[in-house]
Design a protein around this ligand. Structure first.
Ligand code: BJW
Length: 237
């Protein structure tokens, strides 16, 4: 993995693969369809406009399921790294689950939103929300029945891009964990980081669409390869 003694600033990108062993389905694996709908057909503003009940049911089901799942050894290892690492560190997750936080990580940014947030499209307020949205509950701030999941759909701008690009600019090491490299802008972070001089490492179950861009790829389940990599980093630093 190159010379670890030169590494001070780390950016870690995580995707659905890091939560797969916690029992949360990935989007693009076998069986990644939901009632025969591809994610590209339910995770768009157009789908929500066309068939809001379908989209709200999809998110109600996932919001409920995620609350029953637990962090796995990969989330635990990243939390250990977050606590121990003295330099800059940012975990940019594409996941809407809160398993990084529940494992104890605090330097976490949710670029595609969070399953426990609802967004009122009438008054633009975001509220913590753990129940269903299908019955069109009132917004706690304004009372309008206009809540939608606070998640980023295709064609919408991911959250906190300025902060992410700033972290990528100063990164010495960029690590991508359990993401297929199919969705931009996250899929382009490896090139951004590499162009700016960072070392790049991919940890994934199998080679992904983006594998060719990384200096190194390590294959295996996240619950095994992530703790191994964290142990290595902490031993060498
Ligand atoms: C394991 C494992 C184990 C399994 N251990 N690993 C043409 C070219 C370029 C871009 C575009 C284009 N046409 C349109 C676009 C833009 C579009 C896009 O990328 N489309 C593609 C389809 C091409 N992107 C957007 O619209 C984004 N917005 C945007 O671009 O705004 C403009 C902009 C430009 C520049 C800068 C800034 C802004 C928004 C994208 C929003 C994506 N939203 C979703 C839903 C979020 C809410 C929800 O969760 O429901 O995000 S879609 C879905 O995909 C979700 C995920 O976060 C995202 C990525 O999926 P992920 O995590 O990679 O999962 P999988 O299933 O694909 O892969 C799992 C991986 O895990 C696999 O690799 C397995 O091997 C691995 N794995 N088990 C380790 N045990």
């Amino acid at each position: 993995m190159g010379d670890m003694s030169r590494i001070r600033n780390i950016v870690i990108l995580t995707g659905a693969g890091i939560s797969a062993e916690s029992g949360i389905d990935t989007f693009r694996s076998e069986g990644g369809l939901w009632e025969q709908h591809r994610v590209e057909d339910v995770a768009t503003p157009e789908a929500f406009e066309r068939n809001p009940d379908l989209v709200l049911r999809f998110y109600d089901m996932r919001r409920e399921a995620i609350q029953t799942k637990l962090p796995n050894p990969a989330h635990d290892a990243l939390a250990r790294l977050d606590v121990a690492w003295k330099g800059e560190l940012l975990i940019v997750t594409q996941n809407i689950d809160d398993l990084h936080e529940r494992a104890g990580a605090s330097r976490v940014l949710h670029m595609h939103g969070e399953h426990l947030n609802a967004w009122c499209t009438w008054c633009d307020t975001r509220s913590r929300w753990s129940g269903p949205l299908i019955d069109r509950p009132e917004c706690p701030a304004c009372g309008a029945r206009a809540l939608r999941p606070d998640v980023v759909w295709f064609g919408e701008m991911p959250y906190q891009m300025e902060r992410i690009y700033a972290a990528l600019r100063s990164a010495d090491l960029f690590v991508s964990i359990g993401t297929s490299g199919a969705v931009y802008p996250a899929a382009g972070f490896v090139q951004n980081a590499r162009d700016l001089g960072a070392q790049t490492l991919e940890l994934n179950l199998e080679r992904s669409q983006g594998s060719a861009w990384f200096h190194e790829t390590r294959l295996g389940p996240a619950s095994v390869v992530v703790p191994e990599w964290v142990d290595e980093v902490l031993a060498l630093s």
